[in-house]
Structures are given as C-alpha cells and as structure tokens.
Write a protein that binds this ligand. Sequence first.
Ligand code: GLU
Length: 430
Amino acid sequence: MQRQHQEFNKIESDNPFNNALAQLASVTDMLSIEPEYYEMLKSPEKEITVSLPLKLSDGSVSTFIGYRVQHNNARGPYKGGIRYHPNVTLDEVKALAMWMTWKAAIIDIPFGGAKGGITVDPKKLTLDDLERLTRKYVNAIEKDIGPESDIPAPDVNTNSQTMAWIMNEYSKLKGHNVPAVVTGKPVELGGSEGRISATGRGVAICIRESVKRFLQKDVKDVTVAIQGFGNVGSFAAKSLMEMHAKVVAISDVFGAAKAKGEKGYFEVPFEKLLEASNRLGSVTKIPGAEIISNAELLELDVDVLVPAALENQITEANARKIKSKIIVEAANGPTTPMADKILESMRVKVVPDILANSGGVLVSYFEWVQNLNRDHWLEDEVNGRLESKMVRAFKDVLDFSEKQNCDLRRAALVIAVNRVVSAMKLGGWH
Ligand code: GLU
C-alpha cells in the first residue's frame, strides 16, 4: 500500500474524483485492509450516463446529460442526492457518490453511497421545463432507483419540489404511491419534519462540539464566517444564531456580506436576514453590511470558517491565508488534499465534510424509516435523534484522531472504510 501513499503526495487537482481517490490513498498506511478491497473501493459499482432531450417552453430543443453513480452498497441501499448545476461532470458525481458511502458509514446508518446530477443551469430554465426535465431523468434511471435499491434526495439546486416530482413520476411508473423512493420530500407527501434544516443543524452541532474541544470555548463566544447561503449555509447560520454564536459574514454567488457596526456580527433574528436576502436577491444587498468577496470571506480572522458552497474552495493557492483555527466543512469536498496538508502544518483543525454535513443524510434515513413504517415523527423527536447521533459520530472521530495522532479527515475515513470493508467481507465480496 506504500505506492498509493506516495501517489497521494503528487496529486493537486480540481478534479473532485482525483481528490476523493487521493484522500483514500492518504489513509492506506492506517488501514489494515487487503489491497483487493482497496481496489474495489476505488471504482464505483455502477456509473449511469443518460441523454435527456427536451423541448423547452421557448420551442427550442436541448439535450441535457444526466448521471447516477452508485459507489458501494455493502451496508445498505445506495443513498445520495441529485444536483443540478452547469459544472456537473461524471467525475464530480463519482466523487460525491464515494463521499456518500463514507458519510453513511460515519454517521452509522444502513445505507451505501450514490449521487446523481444533471449538467444544467436551472436558473436558465422555466419551472415547467425543470419539472419535465426531472420527469425525463426519472424515466431514464427508473430501473436503477427504488426504495430498496437507491434512494435519491436533494443536493445543490434541487429541493423538496424536485423530490415531489421524482416521487410522483416514479409512482406513476410503478402504478402505486411510493414515498420511500426519495427523501427530502415536502412534509405533506411523507417528508420528515426537520429534514430541510437537518444538514445545517448538524453542522452547527459539529461547530459547538469542536469549539468546546479545540478552543475550550462556548459556542456563544465564537465568531463564524459562512461561505454559501443555500440550504446548508442558511440553516447552519440559523442554528448558530439560535445558539448565540457570532455570525460575522455570510455569502452567496454574488459576494459576501460582513456585519458592520460596533459588535461586528449579525444581531437581527435569522428570519430577517433570510427575508432581506430573498427580497433583495442577494445577501450582498442586506442593509448595514459591508460587501467583500467570497475569497476575502475565506481569509477572515474568525474562530470558525464554514465553507458551505461547492468543491475546491480551499486550495494550495489560498490555504496559507486562512486565519480561522477551525474549518467545518458544510459543503462536500471544499478542501483539496494539498490544502489539507498545508492546514495540518498550520495546526488548523478541519472537521471533514463526511462528518460535518452528515446530518442531512441522517434525517433522510429517518424519513425513509418513517415512510416504510407509514409513520410520522414529531420535529422534537427528529432533532433529538439527530443531536445524539451527531455528537456520537463527532466523538468517535475525535477520539480516534487523538489515539492515532492524525487529522480528523483521516480519522473519519479510516473509521468509515473499516466499517464498509467489514460489511463487504461479511457478505463475501470477492
Ligand atoms: N445531498 C446531501 C448530501 O450530500 C443529502 C443526501 C441524502 O440525504 O441522501 O449529503
């Protein structure tokens, strides 16, 4: 396994799949798995690419490319979101699928890992076009998804409405109502209470736990900057503000808003921030805030930095400029392997994506269980279970990293890979 470890040292890439492989290679010396299992884990079990020709509302015809990648299902059915973004590639979806396998294993739920995506800029399509594109995609991958086989969920630029269309189209194809085929549905259609806020809430729990452990501080005494104001970033901000943390900056694709004034953090109730950003079209328009760039936000002198946007935000180019002591990865893959090494040498603690944002898939699991049992839990019950599972997973990773004297990403990966390989061995995967 020494060779893979050396390969890792040479890789710096903006290809997320290369980065996911480099992360896996970086733990080979800590894993006691046979090389054949390492080989099995390097490639997804199935990669599906579909062509989706669509007549748009303006009369033109466009062909979109869609993907579903199933990485590993040793521990349970494949699970993972679907993203709509102009930069979606097969390699990105492969990386995201692999990260889902590790994520489900870390938070210890009986799912494998998958991911889907369509290369499309949803802002350029009408809602009607988006609905028909989603239904076409479901028809194209119908045989590969299902409540017992592969369960999609929301990801970047998809939401509960997208899941409602998927559930409806899949149910039509099956001839009966199948709520458990997707998670992240509207509550009216069998969605779980607390699913929409789950990923952000889990991120905030990780922040609360990490500042306690690494800075010996209470969460209300720390400053936080959040890059990204989509589902994860906005709900992370909400939970943090409810915990009285000092959120000093937030951002979206247009730029970042840094709180002005004596206090230097956003004091208004979160709902007012959200309302202003929705009404004015961007967080950069929020009254009383200084506009800075997304790059400047990453370099703010805060206790905790939360990248909650896309991959490859913290790279070899800017890692040395990071001033925060803790990075909690709300997005998938925001830190490259080379940046990881630099941050480790700077003694910055990085709480990895596969742990920090696992609250989303955890509550997806709760939703799936409720659907299979025709049950509906109260929000307090969902949040209580989320809290205890997140705290437990955080502690597992922290204890392991202290015992092995390694960073948190390696610790999380080793725990996850060992759990997955153990399931593969018990099942006789060779
Ligand atoms: N897309 C989310 C993630 O990256 C959620 C996946 C799910 O709930 O299945 O974790």
